[in-house]
Ligand binder design. Structure first.
Ligand code: NOJ
Length: 540
């Protein structure tokens, strides 16, 4: 696609398509590429600039696509390579860019390389592409070190010949050895494969995890040195090489990193001019609905990014975390630790959470930089917290020994239309279609796209109006903000030209600033006053 003046990725609204739950085109109960293609007019009318699509590659689906068996093939569950190519082309004709996920930290245990590694045996060149080691203890029956899998249990699995292999996630996701030149060459070739098919960038899974300390030291022995597998300095060499690959292609191809780091400075290191373009702002996602904390995280974001010249990204929800309508509907019960599963206590007050989610939408869409919208947040979907245990599918549930319900509650299929579940997620077929892969709540009829379309009070129409204004208003998108004086609990900032955003996170009414007129508000504005948990966009 032709580039305009500033690169698109500095200000894009990127809609996250969790493919298996977005729209089911073939009636098997699982979302697919045909479903996405059929909903392009919806995405166009919503006003998004790009789609980040969760992994669509050939995969046994042990972690819903984050276990890739072939990075150049589409999983038959989702369609074919020809359909992916058609989607890229059709999206481009709608002015929508396509950003697939890439999963470089680990492959599937069914990938050709891993199967060859198992067959070839200890000491073979095939094993060197993964992280195989002998075990500890007299018979090698103990794992090579004390690392745990992110999903519970040891990060090592023993194979029949006695060696162990490393997997920071499930045993079906063996970690690749990024000390090996084949791994570098393979992923650069995969990037090219998709860039040649027109993708506009990649979301990089576990971008901070690729390089391991070759000594594989015990975590218990770590004394102030770099972490043996997270966010090691050497990882940046990989992304400098990837940046060169992206820059070979026309049209501003861009990367977004899923990188969890201890400090904002360490995150900025990923975004140096010769590295990646953007990274998810997880500090913002993990911040509670609190004016002081939000302002701090916004300011810290800009001071961190100012050092490298990268644009901010604002993100509230994704396929790994509790949906924000449900988070904001609770008192902050505990501190959210980066990259740990987070379960706030007590039931959510969804009316409150929804009011805040509306205000938060106007806040994020008015901030300088790009914004991620997770499918369904534009419908105000809450987390589905009462899925019966018998339907839970996230590997986290099994691997945690049924102590952590995992992430299925934010992955429930999107309700499109009609009065009964699954609300148009799958095509209506007189022969009958398969049930959706996760059940859709019986009370979601008022939440469908159809029910919300044309209802000026709906979340969907709020998003549509905000995205339309964001596109038209010269103050919105990239650039800077200036905070305005405001009492505690109020966030108020100005953007040039002539635009003010005010968010009321206090418990009192707040009188709108003089000489302003509302452009858009998250709720009805009475008497020129913003109610608690309301936001407004104002013209000066
Ligand atoms: C992060 C992804 O967002 C998550 O869904 C996945 O389980 C892990 N990476 C492992 O690939």
């Amino acid at each position: 696609m032709p580039s305009t003046t500033a690169p698109w990725w500095r200000s894009a609204v990127i809609y996250q398509v969790y493919i298996r739950s977005f729209a089911d085109g073939n009636g098997d109960g699982v979302g697919d590429i045909a479903g996405i293609r059929s909903r392009l007019p919806y995405l166009k009318s919503l006003g998004v600039d790009a789609l980040w699509i969760n992994p669509w590659y050939k995969s046994p689906q042990a972690d819903h696509g984050y276990d890739v068996a072939d990075y150049r093939e589409i999983d038959p569950l989702f369609g074919t390579l020809a359909e992916a190519e058609a989607l890229i082309e059709e999206a481009h004709t709608h002015g929508i860019r396509i950003v697939p996920d890439i999963v470089p930290n680990h492959s599937s245990d069914q990938a050709a390389w891993f199967r060859a590694a198992l067959a070839a045996g200890p000491g073979s060149p095939e094993r060197a592409r993964y992280v195989f080691r002998p075990g500890r203890g007299p018979d090698g029956t103990l794992p090579p070190n004390d690392w745990d899998s992110r999903f519970g249990g040891p990060a090592w699995t023993r194979v029949p010949d006695g060696e162990w292999y490393l997997h920071l996630f499930t045993p079906q996701q063996p970690d690749l050895n990024w000390q090996h030149p084949d791994v570098h060459a393979e992923f650069e070739s995969v990037l090219r494969f998709w860039f040649e098919r027109g993708v506009d960038g990649f979301r990089i899974d576990v971008a901070h995890g690729l390089v391991k300390d070759p000594e594989l030291p015990d975590l218990a022995d770590r004394h102030g040195s770099m972490h043996p597998f997270w966010d090691r300095d050497e990882v940046h060499d990989i992304y400098r090489a990837w940046r060169k690959v992206a820059d070979e292609y026309p049209g501003d191809r861009a990367f977004v990193a899923e990188a969890w780091t201890d400090t904002p400075e360490r995150l900025a290191a990923y975004l140096r001019p010769d590295g990646l373009h953007t990274a998810f702002n997880f500090d913002f996602l993990m911040t509670d609905w609190n004016a002081k904390d939000l302002r701090t995280v916004i300011d810290d974001t800009f001071s961190m990014l100012g050092t490298v010249g990268a644009p901010a990204t604002w993100v509230m929800s994704n396929h790994d975390v509790m949906r924000h309508a449900s988070r904001y509907g609770r008192k902050a019960a505990k501190k959210w630790v980066a990259n740990e599963s987070y379960v706030p206590a007590g039931p959510a007050d969804l009316e409150l959470g929804t009011r805040r989610a509306r205000a938060a939408a106007l806040l994020t869409l008015a901030l300088p930089g790009g914004v991620y919208v997770y499918q369904g947040e534009e419908l105000g979907l809450p987390e589905v917290e009462d899925l019966p245990e018998s339907v839970l599918q996230d590997p986290v549930w099994e691997h945690s020994g049924h102590t952590d319900r995992g992430r299925d509650g934010c992955r429930v299929p999107i309700p499109w239309s009609g009065q009964t579940a699954p609300y148009g997620f799958s095509p209506e077929d007189p022969e009958g279609t398969a049930a959706p892969w996760l059940p859709v709540p019986a009370d979601w009829a008022p939440r469908t796209v159809q029910a919300q379309t044309g209802d000026a009070t709906s979340m969907l129409e709020l998003y549509r109006a905000a995205l339309l204004l964001r596109h038209k208003h010269p103050a919105l998108g990239d650039s800077t903000l200036t905070w305005l004086d405001a009492p505690a609990g109020i966030l108020a900032f100005r953007r040039e030209p002539d635009f003010v955003c005010v968010v009321n996170l206090s418990t009192e009414q707040y009188r709108l600033p003089e000489h302003t007129s509302p452009l858009l508000a998250s709720g009805f504005i009475e008497n020129n006053h913003l109610a608690p948990d309301q936001a407004a966009w104002l013209a000066l």
